[in-house]
Structure formats: C-alpha cells, structure tokens
Design a protein around this ligand. Sequence first.
Ligand SMILES: *Cc1c(COP(=O)(O)O)cnc(C)c1O
Length: 400
Amino acid sequence: MLSATPLRPDAEGFFGPYGGQHLPPHLKAIMDEIGNAYLSIRDTSDYRDELADLYAHYVGRPSPIYLARRLTAHSGGARIWLKREDLNHTGAHKINHCLGEALLARHMGKTKVLAETGAGQHGVALATACALVGLPCEIHMGAIDIAKEHPNVTKMKILGAKVVSVERGTRTLKDAVDSAFDEYLRDPQNFFYAIGSVVGPHPFPMMVADFQSIVGREAREQFPKQAGKLPDVVAACVGGGSNAMGIFSGFLADPGVRLVGVEPSGVGRDVGKHAATLSYGKPGTLHGFHSYLLQEMAEGQPDPVYSIASGLDYPGVGPQHAYLKDSGRAEYYAVDDAGCLDAFMTLSRTEGIIPALESAHAVAWAMQNAAALGKDADILVNLSGRGDKDADFVADKLGL
Ligand SMILES: *Cc1c(COP(=O)(O)O)cnc(C)c1O
C-alpha cells in the first residue's frame, strides 16, 4: 500500500519504485557524499539561519498570496488565488533551490558549480546564487539556445558565469546536458553539478524538494488567514516538477486538498509534439533515476519533446511526482499551447500580471476548471515565474 504522504524518500532515495541512483559505482559514491554532506548540515542552525536570512532579505520572501478577482470573474466559478513566486528576486521559484545548492557547494569546499540550461532560466538563477556566495559558475548551453535567448546569456555573463556554447548534436538542451556532464566527470570530487529541478539521482530530488518546500510552508500558513479555509485545489505547472513539489509539500497532509499538476500537451499528442510525461509516459530510467519517461518512439529512449514553454520541455519528471500519481494523492492533466497563450494574455489583461509561459499552463487549468468547481471553491495556483522573458515571443506569435 502506498502511503499518501511521502515527504521524503527512503535511505536509497526511492519513492516507492521511483528515484534511486542508477549510476556507476564511482558516481554513486559521489552522490552519497553530497547526500551525507546535505543531511549533516540540513538541520544545523548555521545553515538554516543563513538560508532563511537569504530567503527573507535577498529573495524577498515570503511571496504574497493574491486573490485574482477579475480573473475569477472572467472564469465564472471558483476563486483563483496566486502564490506570487514571480515576485522573487530573479523572477521565479528557481532561486529557492539554487541558493540551497550554492550554499551546500560552498560548505563542501567545491571549486566550481556546473549546470546546463535550456532557455537560460536555471543558468541565470544559478549564476546569481554563485555570485552571491562567491563560487565560480560554468553554464553549458546549446548554440541554438544561445542565439535564441540572448538576454539570459548576457545576464549570466554579467553575473560572472562562464557560458559554454555547445556545438554538438542538435545544439540544444539535451546536448548541453551531455556537455556539462562530461565536464563534471573530469573532476566530480571538486566540481558540483547543480541540478535544476526535482530530477536526477538521489539526493537531488529530495534536496531540491526540501529547498522548494518553503513555498508550501508559507502558503499553508497564509491561505487560511486570507480565505478562512484551506484551498480546495492547489495547482502548479510541471516540467521536472520543482515548483509543483514546493507548493504541494505544504498540503500533502491535508486530504481534503486536491493537488493538481499541469503538464504541457504542446500542439498535441497525435503529432508527437508535447512534453506531458505523467499524462502520456510510462516508467523508465533516464539521467540516473527511475520515473515516468516519454518513450513512445523507442522503448527506453527519451522522445524528443516540445512545449511553447521551454522550462517544461523535459522527457522525464521528478520521481516523487511519479509516486504521487500512482498513489492517487496528486492528479496530472495537460494543457496545450493555445490554452497557455490564452491564460498568458487573460491574466495580463485582467490582473496586470504577465506570467511565465510555464506558469500560464497552471493558470489555464484553473480558468478551464473554475466553472465546474463552482463559486464556493478556491483554487490556489503557484505562479512560478514572471513573463518578461516571454513577452517578445508572445507579441510576435500573436502579431501584437
Ligand atoms: C523552470 C521553470 C519551470 C519548470 O520547472 P519545474 O521544476 O517543473 O518547476 C516552471 N516555471 C518557471 C517560471 C520556470 O522557470
């Protein structure tokens, strides 16, 4: 029987059958070292106080919860509330875990922090955290993405990160992962590979979920004060699953609160252009962990994925989400590009809040389900990031 509230994995990093460390022994040893270092400082007051201080005075936490009245009226049903992670320094939830990872890397005496980035969001958040703690940072990014996402590349450079242009393969995210990982393997003892979501081998899904749990803890405390009750539904977009895990964690122990993860169905499953892993995938192993995987084209091989929101573009998903899906504690649905764009524009024009295209998927689910849930219901949406980065793209796409 699966427990409904798996807050932490077992000692081997498993959430039921999912997670673990599917790695060669020498890398497993390094991951265990990171896990042990993390467990040894996680509950020390020095580490907790430093992180809490940065959350409060650097990130600007707690982020507010806001009742979107005009969006609610427009959607014609349940009240829609937003957890405003878009108001964090750097404009999204990613700074929450990048700070935790950078502090851990510094504690372990690492000499360089490495990561890949797709659209550059993880790269910018990590470069920010590394500038703050004074650690060298190296970001691998596909040459195609570098050309497309110029503002983020510029930001990373200003923040002092080395940006490596990846020229192999399709010159996009997947190749950037391979390239960054090759560099990491040159000296895993001294380098720290900062994973950007609740994915990868143990201990990363556990650590990143811990760092993001601040979102859920705040929301669990804030919401009843403002609404007089708990939300009926908590919704969040799911790429790797970190912002969703963050807000879900605050409500896992409240059986009356539905947890809804929203994946991108892109331009449709029938044409194979989506990234809805939990909706359409099945169990498989990728990047050192076992979870759901999109593998419709060839068993065991990740499918090419697509979403209008590049931050949701991943063929796997965090193992804790796989567990929450199988146990029935969380539900996962897909929203397509058109629904996402509609939510992007509607939230902008009813509330004056331009959401990230990633977050707009969760807003779209709330808009599409508000009427059926009814006027007495409350939906809390994690607004994972702001949409400045997407403004030009959307304006172009819609001919504004
Ligand atoms: C990266 C990103 C996501 C997707 O990552 P998760 O780990 O699924 O949260 C969602 N929203 C924004 C704004 C992002 O930058």
